[in-house]
Design a protein around this ligand. Structure first.
Ligand code: PLP
Length: 392
């Protein structure tokens, strides 16, 4: 017998993938330069050169069996130490290697954390707009997935609506800042108010409400905007981090979970995350990449190309009359669809080979997402098409 939920997930293709493949098919017909594909969030800046140099150095310096062998399930101590040192240089967090679990990117880390925090009837809340995979991740863990409506137009967190949706069954809230799809960075004030609310409701319910902070875009921020380190604001935070975007390594699968010792039941929580990962088939994160991160955890991306794209689009589209929240981070803009129907607008755009992702899947109808990890030249060529569309 087949599991119907698994079948549905495998058989129904994601709208983003479909658009991306449609773009490739159109490019074969009309030429790549005539397709304006803003669908997929694949980093377009190269990894820092030190990353590639380090791969070679690791292969040259280390016994092959050690490079390619299993590591401990929680990750090499050298990797966890390097990450803790890097975090401690940047934040007043006192991160210890034993609080870190090396995972294979944010997606499987989130799955493990959600399994660890779910018992029958547990509710997991996400804040719209949210990364669509949270829903299957939470539901496959057995949780009830609920979405807090968006805080339009600023895309911070509507704390009043969140408070109304909290119940004694709430196990955790997932946040993501800098945000996919809005590009918005939650302010320190937003996070402090969120922390205060969760502290108050946790003591009312007699159990902690954990905050899962999904942070693949933590370093992708522009103009000196602050991305606060959430565990220093609310102790019951679990961080799921990934190097997919910050070091442009999405195909390599490496990141970490941070379970701070100041979180409630932290030792049991850490063991539960490790146990849940084990039950999901985690053996260890890729060994070569653990060794690379042990030497590269301090590296930061060169964001100049993304920033140039961001400015060109934000300034160009705003001048035409498009409305969006200020995109301070990640590599997305989330734009209000002229006419109000994002599906109809995206369909019209598709007829002109401009590929935009409607916001419904992110829990926010009426908006569309564009991903600006694309070439600057494509942006320049696409701007007249955006102008045509808003003036039709
Ligand atoms: N969370 C968010 C918000 C994302 O945008 C992504 C990927 O696009 C992920 C998690 C998954 O990242 P990873 O490649 O590290 O699994």
């Amino acid at each position: 017998m087949l599991n119907p939920a698994s079948y549905a997930l495998g058989a129904n293709r994601s709208c983003i993938r479909e658009l991306f493949e449609y773009g490739n098919a159109r490019a074969a017909i009309v030429g790549r330069e005539n397709v304006y594909d803003y669908s997929l969030g694949n980093p377009s800046i190269p990894s820092p050169r030190e990353v590639d140099d380090t791969i070679r150095a690791v292969l040259a310096d280390t016994d092959t069996l050690l490079v390619h062998g299993y590591t401990s399930a929680i990750g090499d101590l050298a990797t966890r130490t390097a990450i803790a040192d890097d975090l401690n240089q940047r934040y007043d967090a006192n991160v210890q290697p034993e609080e870190l679990f090396i995972g294979s990117g944010a997606a499987p880390e989130l799955v493990a954390v959600l399994h660890a925090l779910t018992t029958p009837g547990s509710e997991i809340l996400a804040i719209a707009p949210y990364f669509p995979e949270y829903k299957p991740f939470a539901e496959s863990a057995g949780a009830i997935f609920k979405v807090v409506p968006p805080d339009i137009p600023n895309f911070q967190i509507d704390l009043q609506k969140l408070e109304e949706m909290l119940t004694p069954a709430t196990s955790a809230i997932i946040i993501n800042s800098p945000n996919n799809p809005s590009g918005v960075v939650y302010t320190r004030q937003t996070l402090a108010e969120l922390g205060a609310l969760l502290t108050k409701k946790g003591s009312e319910y007699g159990h902690p409400i954990y905050l899962i902070s999904d942070e693949p875009y933590r370093e992708l921020v522009y103009g000196g905007v602050e991305v606060p380190f959430v565990p220093t604001i609310y102790p019951n935070t679990i961080v799921c981090y990934s190097y997919s975007k910050s070091l442009s390594l999405p195909g390599e699968r490496i990141g970490y979970v941070y379970v701070p010792s100041q979180a409630a039941d932290s030792k049991a929580l850490y063991a539960s995350v490790a146990g849940a990962a084990r039950a999901c088939g985690h053996v260890c994160a890729p060994s070569l990449w653990q060794k690379v991160i042990a030497r590269c955890a301090h590296l930061r991306p060169d964001l100049e190309a993304y920033d140039r794209n961001r400015k060109a689009l934000y300034e160009g589209l705003t001048a035409m009359g498009y409305e969006m929240a200020k995109p301070d981070g990640a590599f997305y803009l989330f734009i209000k669809a002229p006419g109000g129907d994002a599906n109809a607008f995206s369909e019209k755009a598709k007829q002109k080979d401009l590929l935009l992702v409607p916001g419904d899947g992110f829990g926010c109808p009426g908006y569309f997402r564009i991903c600006y990890c694309v070439s600057y030249e494509m942006i320049q060529r696409s701007l007249p098409v955006f102008a045509e569309l808003i003036n039709e």
